[in-house]
Design a protein around this ligand. Structure first.
Ligand SMILES: [Zn+2]
Length: 255
């Protein structure tokens, strides 16, 4: 049974998401109906949770150094999305060089660098999407979520050809949303998967982060990095750490 609060949230979220979609030139809101509201102190605010392990570890000060700059971006050319949580975000990114980009379900995800697929998972069902630990536990009891390793949902990690770069990972991909296999070599700009909302996630989005080389696993120990993207308004290529609320866009392959 929906409450009126939920109805209000959904109505507001739909308007919000439509405006994002319009801003990015993408009219579809496919998949957004999976969004589940999480309220915070009475304010109905959509949030994007994942990877509780690591929360509070390190603290935001550990993200001061930018590290290596990732040469490309995970969105294809002319695909854009708003940053919901940035590097060292206080919600679930404490100590993590990771960004959350709100994008529609089934958006193509491209490799930001040439490299080798070092780990991947695609068998978490779309129904295994939960806003909190209680939700995860409930879904495990029903069998929707596997017993362990579900917080990032479906993911891919790539070790770039450039040995100076950390490994890169994308998470919360849709069920079956991995288009590469372990050990495969991918090129910058190649489609490697499709977005979703599996794991600790309340709406379709992409978690993109840097992980210590040689330690790629389901927990993804963080490595320092800066990101690359295209500014929506100026087309200028930008590097560093986008701000929460910025709309970032993908680059042409190799751009
Ligand atoms: Zn995230």
């Amino acid at each position: 049974m929906m409450t009126s609060t939920t109805d209000l949230w959904k109505s507001g979220a739909a308007l919000l998401l439509l405006s994002f979609a319009a801003a990015c030139g993408s009219p579809t809101t496919e998949g957004m109906s999976n969004a589940q509201p999480v309220t915070d102190g009475g304010n109905a605010t959509p949030v994007y949770e994942e990877d509780r392990e690591g929360v509070g570890e390190g603290g935001s000060s550990t993200c001061a150094e930018p590290g290596a700059t990732i040469p490309g971006f995970v969105l294809a050319e002319n695909v854009c999305g708003p940053i919901r949580q940035t590097v060292c975000g206080s919600f679930t990114h404490a100590g993590k060089y990771s960004i959350d980009i709100a994008i529609n379900y089934n958006t193509s995800v491209v490799s930001p660098a040439g490299g080798t697929v070092v780990t991947a998972r695609s068998n978490i069902p779309d129904t295994c999407s939960y806003p909190n630990l209680d939700g995860r536990d409930a879904l495990r009891l029903t069998g929707e979520c596997p017993e362990t390793g579900t917080d990032y949902g479906n993911y891919i990690a790539i070790a770039p050809d450039d040995p100076n770069l950390p490994s890169l990972y994308v998470a919360h991909l849709k069920e079956g949303g991995v288009d590469v296999v372990l050990g495969e070599h991918v090129t910058q700009g190649q489609v490697i998967g499709h977005s979703g909302s599996t794991g600790f996630s309340t709406a379709s989005h992409l978690h993109f982060g840097c992980v210590t080389r040689g330690s790629e696993s389901g927990t993804f120990p963080t490595a320092a990095c800066s990101f690359t993207w295209r500014a929506r308004d100026s087309n200028a290529v930008q590097t560093g750490q986008p701000e929460e609320g910025d709309t970032v866009c993908g680059l042409a392959a190799g751009g």
